[in-house]
Design a protein around this ligand. Sequence first.
Ligand code: ZN
Length: 184
Amino acid sequence: MERALELARAAAAAGEVPVGAVIVRHGEVIAAASNRPIGTCDPTAHAEIIALRTAGDLLRNYRLLDTTLYVTLEPCAMCASAMVHARVQRLVYGATDPRVGAAGSIFNIVQHPTLNHRLDVTAEGDWAEVIADIEKQHGRQRAGFQTGSRFSRNAAGPSTASGCARWRIRMSKPCSYALDNGSS
Ligand code: ZN
């Protein structure tokens, strides 16, 4: 979990929502990732998804048997579902997410009785305070960066385009898709 926390801090430093994920198999770290949806303009680039893809590529198997996924924040529905598909054996998360958590807070996808795979789940609440500090720092960074009105959450329209343009200032890699989408 300490490695996952380092990755969450790295995500925060890059202007992302601070989440880090690590996958361990037989006592060995086989994948580690920071949250990157903003920088990559990829809504699926959550830390868990990137780590799952890395682990699958390493193992040359879409089933990640005998693995434990450590993540600093309770996974969302997308990531929880991907863990079920991947047959991850165990999930360990640091802080609960009362907004979108899918390991018991809002949904419990990782242990849903009708699905054909369920994960063992451990919530390591001892880390919650550390993670809250990282998120608080992230909130300050975002508040300091975003001046004026907030950018729209809508999928299209001028406010989204200007929002993406504003985020682009912090990106090392241009978000060409967002620009194309916004100008169409
Ligand atoms: Zn997610």
